[in-house]
Design a protein around this ligand. Structure first.
Ligand code: MG
Ligand code: MG
Length: 248
């Protein structure tokens, strides 16, 4: 179901998303060679609960942690583990979800661990920029195909893959609401965005094939060719004349 938010609801979403953003900024300080993804998860849990919010991922469909930590060829939904210790040159995508007074925040960043290759840095940079390339055309009345096409065209111009199997989404009282918000599409196609919708836009971009599969843990999504992937996500508020990013 598509939900249109009231001004009061938008303010609660803003608060949830600010906690989410601040949690990711806090985690960035700790992302260094030697830390385990389980340690990052504990830091996130403590931070979010201290802000009087709830980590929305914890227990969602049985997910066992407060954040998703996806390293290198892992695209999304990686499970924090004591066995995954970050190494120099890795990249790690951290996806974080919060609930504040019944409303959701959702944001993700890909971080560099120490010194990374120029090739990998470029992937991370382009993935982030593709989000901004997509949203700069957004306002009420714009179609989802225009957004998807803008992100896809930008990323493919660098020879990157745009993941098809996972997409962005509406967000509000539920983390995942309608509509689905693909990072690919055709201009002039798809639903028109409406004023006071809130959506999560989240390009998942790969260095090789866009094809992904799920690991046997039932969660982790990895590229089929083992090449690195990056993820960048914010929750945004659709306005009459543009958008506001709630998680920046
Ligand atoms: Mg997310
Ligand atoms: Mg999301």
């Amino acid at each position: 179901m598509i939900t249109i938010k009231t001004p009061d609801e938008i303010e609660l979403m803003r608060k949830a998303n600010q906690i989410d953003r601040d949690c990711l900024l806090m985690l960035e300080e700790h992302i260094k060679p030697g830390i385990t993804t389980k340690e990052l998860d504990k830091l996130a849990y403590d931070f979010i609960t201290k802000c009087n919010a709830k980590p929305s991922f914890l227990g969602y469909g049985g997910f066992p942690a407060s954040i998703c930590t996806s390293v290198n060829e892992q695209v999304v939904h990686g499970i924090p583990s004591t066995k995954v210790r970050l190494e120099e040159g890795d990249i790690i995508s951290v996806d974080c979800g919060t609930i504040y007074k019944g409303f959701n925040g959702d944001a993700a960043r890909t971080f560099l661990v120490g010194n990374c290759s120029d090739e990998v840095k470029k992937l991370v940079e382009v993935t982030k920029q593709s989000f901004f390339e997509g949203i700069k055309i957004l306002k009420a009345g714009v179609r989802l195909g225009d957004l998807g096409s803008a992100i896809q065209t930008y990323c493919e111009s660098f020879g990157y893959g745009v993941v098809r199997d996972l997409v962005g989404h509406g967000i509000g009282k539920d983390m995942h609401e309608d509509p689905s918000v693909p990072n690919y599409g055709k201009p002039g196609h798809g639903m028109r965005l409406q004023t006071n919708m809130t959506i999560a836009v989240e390009p998942m971009i790969t260095m090789g094939t866009y094809k992904v599969w799920q690991l046997e843990d039932g969660w982790t999504i990895e590229t089929q060719d083992g090449k690195p992937a990056a993820h960048y996500e914010n929750t945004i508020w659709i306005k009459e004349d543009g958008v506001e990013i709630l998680s920046l």
